[in-house]
Structure formats: structure tokens, C-alpha cells
Design a protein around this ligand. Sequence first.
Ligand code: ZN
Ligand code: ZN
Length: 395
Amino acid sequence: MNISENIKKIHEEVTNWRHELHANPELCYEENWTAEFITEKLKSFGIEVHNKIGKTGVIGVLKGSNSQEHKSNRSIGLRADMDALPIEEENDFDYKSKFLGKMHACGHDGHIAMLLGAAKILSKEKKFSGTVYFIFQPAEEGGGGGLKMINDGLFDNFPMESVWGLHNWPGLDVGEIAVHKGPVMASFDQFRVLINGVGGHAASPHHASDPIIATSGVIQSLQQIVSRKQNPLDPVVVSVTKIESGTAFNIIPQDANFIGTIRTLNPKTRSLVKEQFIDICNSTANAYGCTAKVEINEGYPVTINTSMESDIAIEVAKKVVKTKAVKDNLAPSMGAEDFAYMLEKKPGAYIWLGAGEGKSGCMLHNSKYDFNDEIIPLGISYWYNLVENQLSVES
Ligand SMILES: [Zn+2]
Ligand SMILES: [Zn+2]
């Protein structure tokens, strides 16, 4: 690992910020205290701050000291997500969440702290030419804060050439960084299906159209999408996660409903799967003498790193950790990430920063998860080297 002295020097200070953030978690679009915390820090570094972009989002604008001299209008955006999760924390350390039922279980506290650490060092040195935008985004955990910031003028009012994100990644060793060339996280859509039949006495099925049998047929048939209709080399997940129907042992109910999620790693596959899904629901329900009403709500798109920027991220990662610790051939995750919206508009890359096993060996969204403070210098160093790579005074 190659961490500069000035980054090592602020490790403890940034760790303290991380703990303060951890103790004060806020959910989607409620990140008011967090936004104030960020604003106050950025201002103390002499960075221009813009608030309420995407409700509780914050943007810091830092121009390099060489901007005038080199007349550079180059610019990049570095993004950290800010929100916590509705989980009751089970940890027992002194910076445990102060609020019942809310906790930073995805490490966004660490993402904020590391980006603030990078902002502190970059603002002191200003050894770059052009503009760095520090993007603190709300509501990553299902609220689509990335999209809300874009709709609120993120890229119109703060024109940047590219956007960059990172996520702490338990399961990857500390000192490892993964960069995907192409898709890194899946799209996710939510479906709700209502199967309507004809209710009746359980003793007289021939007088009814049983929506429960129809629902079981539909759910079985939906798995054909994954096993028979899609290219096995192009991953798709169709998961039914809840079924509801019926009231008593002797009544065939009138209807049944189920919900679940569709995930893909390819935008074209995503729309094709939706068509196949609707088609199978309708035709299978009809085969059982029932009808189907299908509702599909679009969630986050596929997170896709652009080719040139993934190569840049790999190059930068190799400056931070050992060459062989930079993994560019890992399989993507079928989890979703709303940085996808930003990557739909701008070139960029989203990397996984190895977080090791964790103190209690638990994964993201676990009630005992705690961001690994050991990786703080690595995250800051990645941001610092990325700015140097993209906005070098010589360019
Ligand atoms: Zn999460
Ligand atoms: Zn997260």
C-alpha cells in the first residue's frame, strides 16, 4: 500500500468524523444533521458549498490553484452517499447509533468521512488544475437520491466531465480494490401481480376458477424466463418474495397476489424480461381460467462503468494498492446502486474498496455491521490520486 504522510496524518481525525456520523444516522431524505456536518467541514476547508440539491444533498466546489494559469476547464465529480438504514443496531461501542431503529449498516458514514478527508487535503494543496465537485448524495437506500440530484440540476449547474463513486466492500480483503469494466451492479424492478379468479366452496372446485392454483402455475412459469428464455451467460434474477390469498380452509378465494423483484445486468435484457414477465402472467393465468393484473415499478438502472474510466480507475487503484490486489475480473453484484443514474448521464466508474472480514465478520445491512476504519487512508488516497490523474497541472 502506498499512502502518503499527509493522508496518514489525518487518519485519526477522519476516524473521529466517521464515528460521529455513525452515532447520528439519518434515513433517506432526512439527512439534515448529516448535511450540516458536511457543510460545516467543507466550509472550514474554504470550499464553496451548495445545499439542498436533491432535498438534502450537498455539493462542494473546489478549484485548483493552477486553474487561471493553465486556463483549465476540466472538472470531475466525486460522489459519496449519505443515508443510513432502518435497522436496530446491535453493536455495543461508544459511537453506537443514538437513534432506535436507525443505523449506518452500509458504511455510508465511512464514504462521507473519506470524501471529506480527501476534500481537506485537496483544499490545502490545490495541486491540480480545473474543478473538483464533491457530491454528497442522499437516499441511496431505495430513495433514488442520485436521480433526484440530477433532476435538481446537478449536471446543469455543476458541469462535470465524469463522475466517480466507491463502496466499501466486505468480503474483499483490506488492500484490495475491484474495478469492473462494464456492469458492476444490477438493475432492480419491483413487481406486484394480482390473479383474479372465481371464488367458491372448496368442496366444489368445478364451480370456481381457483386463483391459488393459477398463482402457483404463474410463479412456476416465471422461472422459465431465467432457465429457458434468457441467455444463460446474461444473468437474470426473478424472485417472488411474498404471496397472499385466502381466508379459510373451506373457501376457494376470489383472488391472490404476489410481489417480488427482477434483476438484470443489461438494459436491453431488462426491458425484454419485463415483456416476457407480463406475457407469462397473462397467458398462464388465462390457461387456469383466471386473469392477471401486472404492475412493474422501475427501480435503479444497471450500474455500468464506462470503458475508458474503468481503465483510469484501475490505473489509479494501482497507485494506491499493490498491482495484483487490483481485481478487474470479478463478477458483478446482483444488488443495485443508484449511482447508476449518474453513470447513465456521464462517463465514470464505481469501484469496490475491500473492507475485509469486519469486526464481527458480518456483511452490509447486518445489524452488527461497522465500517472498517482501517481502510480510510485507502479511500482518501484513491480520491486524491484520481484527482491527480484527471486534473494534473500538466494536462
Ligand atoms: Zn446499502
Ligand atoms: Zn451502500
